[in-house]
Write a protein of this length. Structure first.
Lengths: 566, 284
């Protein structure tokens, strides 16, 4: 089917089908909403906005595209809700202005009108953000303009417009980090794509009835739907506390032109500037009689008080976005529990990290670095292969990395890796500091092979020292050791011993530091005190003023001090 | 025919340098609650970081509107005539809509004047330094194409690494992008950040402790410089002594032909917080 002209009747059909396509997919769009505030109502808002446009359009049915577009624009403007709704209304406001006075338009004029809509939308938004409905509309309109240079077929132009919108939408996560983080495409852009899809189908001659038994959805579309269903609602990944401006506030001002007392003359620029200070996501749209305002503000009262100076307020809607968001979280939580109960497990982690450690503080430090399971153990408590197998199974990760942190534990970990059903990498870390150095080198975004290499390499760059007491009389090289003496061990070698704890601790520490050392970390054992740590820190600073010293509460048994020197 | 270099206030070029080279700057805005300041115009770096210490709420920033850019374009045309060529070097579009505004403003001026808008994919005195070079080239009489080629080379080649005291400001401002995988922990882990080729803040590496981080940055820059002569800028927020110390070290270890110490301004400071040390290097 080829159309070289577009009139008001055809245009109305496009809008009707676009609206019904969007309304059938409101939940999908809502589920994607993370930007600018994760309140999960983009689809609802766009749908209500478009519904208002459709109502106005059907009231004033006309064969003239000028009249039809103008009715749609008016209805959209009146009904615009939410960021995406206002942007949608602007897209068709610009469109309507361009086709004004025309009975019908050709492909080129259609493309230009789409483009004018985009310009109008960009101007209405105080801070246009790329990776949103704006980008989708813009790139799609640019494509329309390019296509119309060589084609006079409106259907073909709409086809290319739709394809470009789809392509751009899939790239939105690359443009807007918050989308990538959550793993979704932009919600407003998705809404627009549904509308465009309706437009295209209408131009091809489909009607709303046929739509119900429509051909299978395009492949990307299916993937998107799946994405939405598989991922929990996107909003769940963000925190309620992160919402800075808590109230989504919308209203209209009917400007008073008469010389009413106490009413000021209206300037859109000034009005916008003033409101911009009161919140974000500001949208101000006005014609001669009406100003439509959408803002996320912390104090909606102040916004309305200011606006009331210019006229009377109508269609006021204020929603508490923190509450909305908290409700989404709650709904998601119970859904998650149901799902977990059904399948017995949640989605697999890309990486599971297991470390062996003794001492509450050390376990805490490991967890703060992203370790999922700390297996209790160390020199005198070696965990079993079974302990590791259980930890691996409990993790439900695609790939597991184990840090044994003791030479006597590496074997058990390796054995577990052979028994496990998922791939396991054992990093041969022989001490607590080595395990930590390996973790600093871990990169959640890298391939297992790359991580294994980087982590194993990092182990070589850290020196480990430990202070403990001798369990029996012994002799090591020239060092005579009596039971109960404090001994200082650097890597595997006993370098000092004596009856005085602090004497041994200091001697060991200073012997480990050379000119390459940059940072010394002292892990305090369960029996060591902060005063003792301060004494050691002072000794280091005196001898090596350039070296950074960090003291952490390790809480480990048997070893009053563990040192890490890098 | 004259060429004018136009940038944004996030380029953090000293006012005196700008004036002497005829660089025009459009200010971004910094908001503390309901108070709005023009970056570098109604608030200085010093005032900003003082205010940051006292303010309980974090400041926010906003880009200049297209209208503001259009007015600046018009002002330049009024001053230099219709034949002026304007080269607009903007803060990374991945971090700010400033580039977008400049582009929209350009479309509003279409056919009236020759405007080239460049997304530098950089920030602070990184694109600032490139503006300085471009303005010098313009003064030396280079033509537009020569200057654009030079800008391209610098943009591709310039090295940028920085270390922040805390990731909090980058996170709150939503500017951390691909670096967000770097999480804090009880260990003093310092992420070394960079601007990636697309202009996002991303993690280059992470190490324990500031000293190690600084050493790692200098090692990386050595690999880049390969003993050749380089231009260097050390950027900082509220840590002038550390910056001076680092520059001294760089001068000893590199063959430095030109160097700057530059305090970062309010807009960039909003997203990095105090305690930033940044290193910019490009071969001569």
């Amino acid at each position: 089917m080829v159309h070289t002209r577009l009139d008001g009747v055809q245009f109305s059909r496009m809008v009707y089908l676009g609206a019904s396509f969007l309304s059938g997919n409101v939940k999908v769009v809502d589920g994607l909403n993370v930007f600018p505030v994760p309140d999960g109502d983009t689809g609802t808002n766009m749908n209500l906005t478009l519904t208002s446009g459709v109502e106005e359009l059907s009231r004033k049915e006309s064969a003239s595209i000028s009249d039809a577009a103008s009715a749609l624009a008016k209805g959209l403007l009146m009904g615009a809700r939410g960021n995406s709704g206002v942007i949608l209304s602007q897209l068709f406001r610009g469109f309507s202005k361009t086709v004004s006075g025309k009975e019908e338009i050709n492909a080129r004029q259609f493309a230009d009108a789409l483009k004018a809509g985009v310009d109008s939308a960009y101007q209405a938004v105080m801070k246009p953000v790329e990776g949103t409905i704006l980008t989708v509309a813009r790139e799609a309109a640019d494509m329309a303009v390019r296509t119309a240079r060589t084609s006079d077929d409106v259907v073909h132009v709409m086809e290319k417009t739709y394809e470009q919108a789809q392509e751009t939408l899939l790239r939105t996560p690359d443009m807007l980090p918050v989308l990538k983080e959550v793993g979704v495409v932009d919600s407003g852009g998705q809404g627009l794509l549904y509308i465009y899809e309706g437009f295209l189908r209408a131009l091809r001659g489909e009607t709303a009835n046929e739509l119900k038994q429509a051909s299978p959805q395009p492949k990307d579309q299916l993937q998107l739907d799946k994405l939405v269903q598989e991922h929990h609602n996107a909003q769940v990944h963000l925190k309620t506390e992160d919402i800075q401006y808590g109230y989504c506030t919308e209203f209209m001002v009917w400007l008073s032109h008469s010389t009413e007392p106490n009413k000021k003359p209206f300037s859109e620029a000034l009005f916008r500037a003033q409101l911009d200070k009161m919140g974000d996501s500001l949208l101000v749209v006005s014609d001669d009689d009406v100003v439509k305002v959408h803002i996320h503000a912390e104090h909606p009262g102040n916004v309305m008080q200011y606006a009331q100076q210019f006229g009377s307020l109508h269609r006021i809607k204020i929603e508490n976005m923190r509450e909305q968001h908290a409700n989404i979280l709650k709904a998601e939580e119970s859904k998650e529990q149901d799902a977990a109960a059904k399948s017995g497990q949640l989605g697999a982690l890309p990486y599971g990290l297991i470390a062996v450690a003794a001492g509450k503080g050390i376990a805490e430090i490991y967890r703060s670095m992203g370790v999922h399971v700390v297996v209790e153990g160390g020199q005198t408590m070696n965990p079993s292969t079974e302990d590791f197998v259980n930890a691996i199974t409990g993790l439900n990760a695609e790939h597991v990395i184990i840090l044994p942190n003791n030479s006597n534990i590496i074997m058990a970990a390796q054995q577990a890796s052979e028994l496990a059903e998922v791939p396991v990498t054992v990093i041969p870390s022989k001490s607590i500091p080595q395990g930590m150095a390996a973790l600093v080198a871990f990169n959640a975004g890298a391939e297992p092979m790359v991580n294994a290499e980087a982590m194993s390499k990092a182990i070589a760059h850290v020196k480990t020292g430990m202070v403990t007491h001798a369990v029996r009389d012994t002799r090591m090289g020239d060092v005579e050791i009596k039971e109960g003496d404090y001994i200082g061990i650097a890597e595997k070698e006993i370098v000092t011993s004596g009856a005085d704890l602090m004497e041994s601790a200091r001697t060991l520490l200073l012997s480990m530091i050379d000119e390459d050392a940059e940072i010394v970390t002292i892990f305090l054992g369960a029996d060591a005190t902060q005063d003792q740590a301060a004494e050691l820190e002072e000794a280091v600073s005196d001898a090596f003023p350039d070296v950074e010293v960090e003291i952490l509460d390790g809480g480990q048994p048997l070893y009053p001090f563990i040192y890490s020197v890098e | 025919m004259s060429i004018v270099i136009l940038t944004d206030s996030a380029s953090d070029i000293e006012a005196s340098v700008r004036q002497s080279l005829g660089i025009v700057s459009v200010p971004l805005k910094v908001m503390f609650g309901s108070e709005t300041y023009l970056d570098g115009v109604t608030i200085s770096s010093g005032e900003f970081f003082d205010k940051l210490k006292q303010s309980s709420a974090l400041p926010t920033t906003s880009q200049p509107s297209p209208i503001e850019f259009a007015e600046v374009y018009k002002g330049i045309v009024e001053q230099h005539g219709k034949d002026v060529q304007i080269i607009v070097i903007m803060l990374s579009a991945a971090l700010s809509g400033t580039y977008q505004s400049a582009m929209i403003a350009k479309t509003m001026m279409e056919d009236e004047v020759d405007i080239t808008v460049i997304d530098s994919r950089k920030a602070s005195f990184v694109h600032g330094m490139i503006c300085v070079e471009a303005a010098r080239a313009a003064q030396e009489g280079k033509n537009k194409q020569q200057i654009l080629d030079m800008i391209d080379r610098y943009l591709d080649e310039v090295q940028v690494y920085f270390i922040v005291d805390t990731l909090e400001f980058l996170q709150k401002g939503g500017r951390i992008g691909r670096a967000s995988a770097v999480i804090g922990s009880l260990l003093n882990i310092k992420p070394i950040l960079m601007l990636d080729p697309a202009g996002y803040v991303s993690a280059f590496d992470k190490v324990r402790g500031t000293k190690k981080a600084l050493n790692r940055v200098l090692e990386t820059l050595q690999e880049y410089a390969q003993g050749q002569r380089v231009k260097v800028a050390v950027l900082h927020s509220s840590v002038p002594e550390q910056a001076a110390e680092m520059l001294e070290r760089i001068k000893q270890e590199f063959s430095v032909s030109e160097s700057y110490i530059q305090e970062i301004g309010p807009v960039i400071g909003t997203h990095t917080g105090p305690g930033l040390l940044g290193f910019v290097m490009v071969k001569e």
